[in-house]
Design a protein around this ligand. Structure first.
Ligand SMILES: [Zn+2]
Length: 571
């Protein structure tokens, strides 16, 4: 009988609200709603009450639900998708400096990128730092295209190169300028070097090195590994608290502009426990426009376990609410296992102890691991933990691992683990263009066949752009930023499958797939109305899609174009 009632409710709830309920707050009609719900892939209209979807159906069916106070939004045929969820974005960190950094994301020429520095120098105080903290790659600089450069434009050479110190100095003569490329290189102007007291190699942290030209003269460039650049970045002045709060609001709104309603935040370099106060304040004040599930990284080197125990003593797994929630550990658990393909037995033992402790506390773990060649080291530890404390329900995951083998994916599946996939090959894949294996990277189709939960994302904003449509286009065409096709059809998902990775797939990693990630009755009303039809637009236009109207829990957090008047004031 119970099953029968459930079945009846299941069917009717999709079309009509029960007679005893109040009428919906909002009705969206005349749309093309891509639900990512297998049962009803597309719908025309939906109704929202108290932040949740209460019904979906045809425009006529949904119109009938209108009450005197229902707000009617005519979608005018636009496509609606579930709000996008980036399952691996360093959003809390990116947000801190969003109001004070210069952003090179999406700049299609070096001239445009340097122009942004010049522009910032005009609006910021003389002496203020101009910082580009990554998020770009030389491959994105296709050509120098000035407005009126005829007759040279047609033959203008490709300019896939880094900026010179002279160019930065000319763009902003009165400000110290710092431009970081991934975690491997930095260019600074003389004022910036002077401000940080850097005159020779001994002034640099870790194994950093000042670049020299053929004549032995310093160029302003600094090279070094991950740790050198992380330490160098730490020397830069930090935005003050007010700027951090402002940056957080602005960054989340920027994500809303691109249809994002949720992120899974894996901590990261240059962000410590003290850096979470800005997002906590925005949350306390009811100003969150992106749902954030955040994990904690292990720090300081060698003493990670003690600190993780300390920080989580009063922070149980899942603590928080639908806007901000504690989501376990990662993506760095212990420095010794970070980007280390040959950890020692002692390092693995230490890691095992933390992982087992996390398992006993029901915590999720997400672990940064770039290489298939060494991932056995990690999976063996997880398998050992699993024999002692089953982890199948804990949603452990590996981030990156673009070259995951079917064997590793099967081991992950057996452990109930997921895999978060980012578009790093969009930026860096060209280096692998002569490697046949890159045709099958990342193997998301194989992962689907094996049954490993996959979430999509970007790893923004140091090493990648945060634009989800850039990543979605890359999932669909496998082309690098300069247009070189790297991936073959074998591991290329269809449109809806790619969208599913970015919605329901990502929701899995914060244990939210029953609450959001698809548009179905009972789920949170997180959605985006798009500028173009994601399902049918030519693939090369997917990357240019934006949102016209983004809702989080039924609240309009971003509105533009024909919907510009609809934006809600937050609390
Ligand atoms: Zn990572």
């Amino acid at each position: 009988m119970k099953e029968l009632i459930a079945a009846v409710i299941g069917v009717t709830a999709l079309l009509v609200t029960p007679a005893w309920s109040q009428s919906p707050d909002i009705l969206l009609i005349n749309g093309k709603i891509v639900t990512v719900d297998d049962q009803f892939p597309t719908r025309e209209a939906l109704a929202i009450r108290d932040g949740r979807i209460v019904a979906l159906g045809t425009t006529a069916e949904i119109r009938k639900l209108a009450g005197a106070k229902s707000r009617l939004i005519d979608l005018q045929g636009h496509t609606v998708i579930p709000g996008l969820i980036d399952s691996h974005m360093h959003a809390i960190r990116a947000a801190l400096s969003f109001s004070t950094e210069v952003n090179w994301i999406g700049a299609s020429s070096l001239a445009e990128a340097i122009g942004r520095i010049h522009q910032a120098s005009q609006t910021m105080k003389p002496g203020a730092w101009l910082i580009v903290a990554g998020g770009w790659n030389v491959q994105q600089f296709k050509a120098q295209r000035a407005q009126s450069c005829d007759p040279f434009c047609a033959t203008s050479p490709e300019e896939k190169r880094r900026p010179t110190q002279a160019e930065l100095l000319a763009a902003a003569p009165n400000n110290p300028v710092y431009v970081q490329l991934g975690y491997g290189w930095v260019m600074m102007t003389p004022a910036a070097l002077k401000a940080l007291n850097i005159a020779d190699d001994s002034d640099l942290p870790s194994v950093g090195k000042l670049d020299r030209d053929a004549n032995g003269n310093l160029t302003g460039g600094i090279s070094g590994g991950n740790n050198a650049i992380v330490a160098l970045f730490d020397k830069l002045p930090k935005p003050n608290f007010e700027e951090q709060v402002e940056g957080t609001k602005r960054f989340f709104r920027e994500l809303n502009r691109l249809g994002i309603t949720g992120v899974v935040d894996p901590g990261g370099n240059n962000v410590g426990p003290e850096d979470y106060q800005a997002v906590f304040k925005v949350w306390r004040e009811g100003q969150m426009t992106v749902r954030v599930a955040y994990s904690l990284c292990g720090d300081p080197p060698g003493a990670e376990f003690a600190e993780l125990k300390d920080l989580t003593q009063m922070l149980p797994m899942g603590f928080g609410d639908d806007m901000l929630r504690f989501n376990g550990l990662g993506e760095r658990i212990a420095w010794a296992m970070n980007n280390n393909n040959k950890p020692s037995d002692a390092e693995k033992q230490k890691y095992y102890e933390i992982a087992r402790w996390a398992a006993e506390r029901g915590m999720s773990i997400t672990m940064h691991w770039p290489n298939e060649e060494s991932v056995d080291q990690l999976l063996t530890i997880f398998e050992r933990v699993n024999k002692e404390v089953p982890i199948a329900g804990l949603r452990w995951s590996i981030a990156h691992l673009n070259n995951a083998s079917p064997e590793s994916l099967r081991r992950m599946k057996a452990l109930g683990m997921g895999w978060t996939v980012q578009d790093s090959l969009y930026f860096s894949g060209e280096q692998l263009r002569n490697t046949p294996a890159v045709r099958r990277q990342p193997p998301v189709v194989t992962a689907k066949e094996i049954g490993v939960p996959v979430g999509a994302g970007t790893d923004a904003h140091r090493v990648a752009s945060y634009n989800p449509f850039t990543a979605l286009q890359w999932f669909l065409d496998g082309k690098s930023v300069s247009g070189i096709a790297l991936r073959g059809p074998e591991e290329t998902p269809g449109r809806i499958d790619a969208l599913r990775l970015y919605t329901l797939g990502s929701a899995w990693f914060s244990r939210d797939e029953n609450k959001r990630g698809s548009l179905a009755a009972g789920k949170l009303a997180d959605l985006a109305v798009l500028t173009k039809d994601y399902a049918t637009v030519p693939v090369e236009e997917v990357g240019g899609i934006e949102s016209l109207l983004t809702m989080v829990g039924g609240k309009v957090v971003y509105a533009a174009g024909p919907f510009a008047q609809l934006e809600d004031k937050l609390k």
